[in-house]
Every structure is written in C-alpha cells, then in structure tokens.
Design a protein around this ligand. Structure first.
Ligand code: DGJ
Length: 552
C-alpha cells in the first residue's frame, strides 16, 4: 500500500470521525443537530442546578426522565467540582452522570457552570474565589466589587478556558464514540448585575478607549443585515466607524450593554475555542430575557446574549454556535427574535405543564427548533407532567415528518390564547385559518372563562398537493385555495391516527359533527388539562391526516 493511499485513508478516517461527532448542519433555511449521522430533535428537560453533582441524588431521577418521554437531559457541570485544586481535575462524578444517561438511553447537554451562573460567580473553585487580586471582580458605581468575575480579565478567562479544555478533552476520551453528550452550554445566563456595566478600573479604561476595530469591521461588513434594533442604535449615533464606545453608539445604558456584550462574547468565545480544540461539539449560550414591549426599549442588556445585540455576540464570539433564549414568557415573540439572521433555535429553559405542552409544538413546527427543554423537568412536579409527556410523545411520533420538512417552507404551527385572533398560514396550495377552539354547545364554557394562561397549539405539515398532517389541541382549521383552479376547498378525507414506529396507523374517519359537516377541522385531542372546552368530545388521537378537494 503506497504512502499516498495510506495518507488518504487516514485522512478519510479523521474526516469521517469529525463528521460523525454531534454537529450542526444546515438544511434549507433550518439548522439541524446531527447525532450519530442522523438529525435529532431534543425533547429535553433541565435538571435543577446541582442535581448532577451527586450520583446518589440522581439515581431515582433517571427512570422518571425516561417516563417523561425525555430524550436529552440538560445537566450542570460545576467548575468547583471538577477542579477543586488548581490544575488537578476529577471527573468521576461526570463519568457517573454519562454512564447513568447512557444506561437509560438518554443524551446529555452539559451546562458549564463556571465563571458565571445567573450573572454571579458561585461556581468557580475556592482558589479562584479567594484570590480576588489574581481573579478580579466586576465593580458597580462607586467602585464596590460584586461577586461577579470581571469579563475583562484575561486571568479569569484563561483559568476558565483551561478547565473547560480539560473537561472537553475528558468528554472526548470517555464519550468520543458513544456521543451521549451532544451539546454544551457555556456558562449560564451571563450579564452584568447591579449596574449597566462593569466599572472596575480595567473596565473604565477600556470603556474610555476606542471601540474595537474588529467590532467596527464586522459591523461595516454586515451593515445591511444587522438586527434592526441594533442598527438603529448605531445609525442614531451616525454610523461612525471609529471612536470611543459612546461616540460610536451614543451615551446610554444600551451602549454600556453593548460594551459588556463585546467582552462577554470575547471571553466565552475563547473558552469555547479552547474546548473545541479538544472536542468540537456544538456550543451555545443561554439568555435570561426581558419583558417584550414593556419598559425602556431597547432594554439595557448588561451584556446579556439578547436578540437585539446578537451581532455584537457574533462579532466577539464567532466560536459560539447559537444564542438560546430561556423563554419562560412572550414565547412566540422570543422564538421569532432568536431565529433572526439564521440563529438556530434551541430553548434550554421553558415552562412545563400545559403551557409547555403547547409551546413545544410551536417551537418545532413554526421555527424549526433543534430542541425544547422544560426547566426542572420531573424534579419540580411530584406527579407526572401528563400534558408535557403527551406533547413530547406527539413530537416523537412526528419526528421523521418534522425532520423531513424542516427548512423548506412546508411546515408551520400556531400558538393561540383564548383571546387571540385566528391566524392565516399560507402552506402549499392552500391557506389555513387556525383559531382557538370555540365551544359548539354547553354554554357554561364560554371562552371568557378559560384561564388566561391557556394555550392551544397545532402543527401543520404539507405532505402533498392536497394533503396535510395536522396535530395538536384546541384549534379549529379551515382551508381556502391560494392557487389558480376551482375556487372552493373542501375536506375530502379526514383520518385521525398516530404514528407507530414511524408508520401511519389510521383510526376513525372523521366527518359530520367532528368536522362541522365537512367544513372545519377540529383538533379535539385533550391529553391532560389543556383546553377544557370540549372534554365531552375529546379524542385520544392528536394527529389527523387530511386530504382536500377543490370545486366550484
Ligand atoms: C434560570 C437559570 O438559568 C436556572 O439555572 C435557574 O436558576 C432558574 N432561572 C431558576 O430556577
């Protein structure tokens, strides 16, 4: 075998191995997470912060995660736990966590709780916490230090990056073939606290200095595709391409946030780089969010990875693959905001229960989400979360269809509250009008009595010129034509059913009452305490296969 052939074979193996580790891949307008060579939808749950620091504590939780139809678990990895002494690493607990997940056929997303957790620094090792000269803290107005490692300190950054590189080197050693670990979250909900920016001497010097050339070059290169809110800030100050931070972005708390975002992104970007050099898994940062449309707009971020300053995070931390919203409120708005300019949507933290159950359909169907994760899944409710379990089961059934239709405009979804107006969705040859279900009979259930935090949701997948799969709960759907030909649309055959091992298993053929005499599709699936209006006619099937016909 010639040297040349040997070299090519070796190279092919290296590339195959690299291509085989979990990674992100574009498909049309969507980005998919590829695990073991196949696109993967994460139906996830995040454990409470410190649950994965004790294997005994985790023991009873694994089976409950499996019962909850979860396929990926977000678990915290504490810097303090893996590097109690500087340069000495202990991964025995992490190894147990990976083993536990593997033996329950679960994937893991590791949350690197290191320099910052909810802004502050409670997870660095004691040797970092104690040596505040070597590892400086951020300061607020008046020069008062807070328990927040300054993102302007190279020493803080390098210590974090060294530990993170050791972690990723170890994960590759113990999981480089099995791929139990599929993604990494870097830090947790970073952002300045107690002031709009760090006011330590180093930060003040940097703030008084010029805005970095790299940032300005990035902004000029992307001037026409910048996030509108951010572009407005830069425009308002005259689109300057050099000068101090305040000269370039104006004098405001928003500018303080842009300044902090640059330094957080640089810091975390370097940490990601050190880890990816060892094992390049997809890496994201999660964001604690703001109230949409309420309070000063744009809100002052403190450097948080908010949609409005996504460009700054991109310019400062290109090694970071996604900015991910912890979307507890304003869900639909944040899904739209965090899918701007091609940012893949992964939701690390969200509500569970009936609200989560509705939102998960919307995230996958409307925004090609990579994954949805309920915060405190199985740990924050003693009783099984029947709503979310049912919704995860539904998505699991639909996964082959969803993955086949991500990114090509043949799939959509709605998320509706009782008082929301119907939504029109153009999908294939028809326009769908989806509305929150109104009771047909039983006057006692007038919509106004429905609790406000009730959501109906449905996912629509266009599988043929006149065929759709529709799934969800609490929604009615009418169809109208949007292409030349006979002007009227009618429901031809409506079959409820489910997917069993990827194969359609049809049940009742619906017409009459169940389709308002052939006029309206009704999603009457009531897995739990979702939409209470029509319990007497609930269906045990969430999915309907619909074919349409046209006439005049
Ligand atoms: C958001 C954080 O990201 C989580 O780790 C947790 O602290 C929740 N808030 C509150 O439990």
């Amino acid at each position: 075998m010639t040297l040349r052939v040997l070299f090519c074979l070796t190279l092919a193996c290296i590339l195959a191995a690299a291509a085989d580790i979990p990674h992100l891949q574009k498909t049309g307008t969507a980005t998919q997470l590829i695990v073991d060579g196949q696109p993967f939808l994460a139906l996830a749950g995040e454990l409470n912060n410190d649950s994965a620091t004790s294997l005994e504590f985790l023991e009873p939780i694994w089976p409950r995660l499996v019962q909850a139809k979860i396929n990926a678990v977000l678990v915290g990895v504490s810097w303090n736990q893996i590097e109690r002494e500087e340069g000495k690493f202990d991964f025995h607990v992490l190894d147990g966590v990976i083993q536990g997940a593997r033996s329950h056929n679960l994937r893991l997303v590791l949350l690197w709780f290191a320099s910052w957790k909810n802004s502050l620094s409670s997870y660095p090792p004691d040797w970092v916490k104690r040596d505040f000269e070597r590892f400086p803290r951020a300061q607020v107005e008046g020069g008062k230090s807070i328990e927040l490692l300054s993102p302007l300190s190279d020493a803080n950054r390098d210590a974090d990056a060294r530990a993170f590189a050791a972690l990723m080197r170890h994960v590759k050693e113990v999981d480089g073939r099995e791929h139990t670990v599929i993604m990494i979250q870097l830090e947790n909900e970073v952002g300045m606290q107690g002031d709009s920016r760090d006011r330590s001497p180093a930060a003040n010097r940097a703030f008084a200095g010029p805005a970095p050339k790299e940032l300005m070059d990035y902004l000029q290169r992307h001037r026409d595709t910048l996030i509108p809110e951010f572009r407005q800030v830069w425009e308002a100050a005259g689109f300057k391409t050099s000068g101090s931070w305040e000269e370039v972005f104006g004098r405001s708390r928003v500018t303080d946030g842009i300044f902090m975002a640059w330094y957080y992104a640089r810091y975390i970007g370097k940490v990601a780089e050190s880890g990816k050099a060892e094992y390049p898994l997809p890496m994201f940062v999660n964001a604690a969010l703001y109230a949409v449309g309420r309070g000063p707009q744009p809100p002052a971020s403190g450097g948080r990875p908010w949609d409005s300053i996504m460009d700054v995070w991109r310019a400062g931390g290109p090694q970071i693959d996604m900015l991910s919203p912890d979307a507890y409120n304003d869900f639909a708005e944040f899904c739209a905001k965090y899918t701007q300019s091609g940012n893949p949507l992964f939701i690390p933290e969200a509500l569970n229960g009936s609200v989560g159950a509705a939102r998960v359909l919307y995230a996958f169907g409307r925004h090609d989400a990579i994954g949805f994760s309920a915060m405190g899944a199985v740990e924050r409710s003693t009783a099984p979360d029947t709503d979310l379990i049912a919704s995860y089961d539904l998505i699991a059934q639909l996964t082959p269809l969803i993955l086949a239709h991500q990114g090509d405009g043949t799939m959509s979804a709605v998320l509706l509250g009782p008082n929301d107006p119907p939504q029109k969705i153009r999908l294939g040859n028809y326009t769908l009008e989806a509305a929150f279900i109104k009771p047909r009979t039983a006057p006692l259930t007038r919509p106004t009595e429905i609790p406000p935090n009730t959501f109906a949701a449905a996912i629509f997948i266009n599988t043929g010129p006149d065929e759709y799969f529709v799934a969800g709960s609490g929604v009615t759907v009418t169809f109208s034509v949007n292409t030349p030909g006979p002007p009227l649309a009618g429901l031809a055959t409506v079959e409820e059913g489910s997917f069993v091992d990827g194969r359609w298993a049809g049940g009742r053929l619906l017409a009459g009452d169940n389709t308002e005499e052939g006029e309206i599709l009704q999603l009457l699936w009531a897995p739990g305490s979702w939409v209470p209006t029509y319990r007497q006619r609930a269906s045990s099937h969430a999915i309907q296969r619909v074919t349409l016909y046209r006439y005049r």
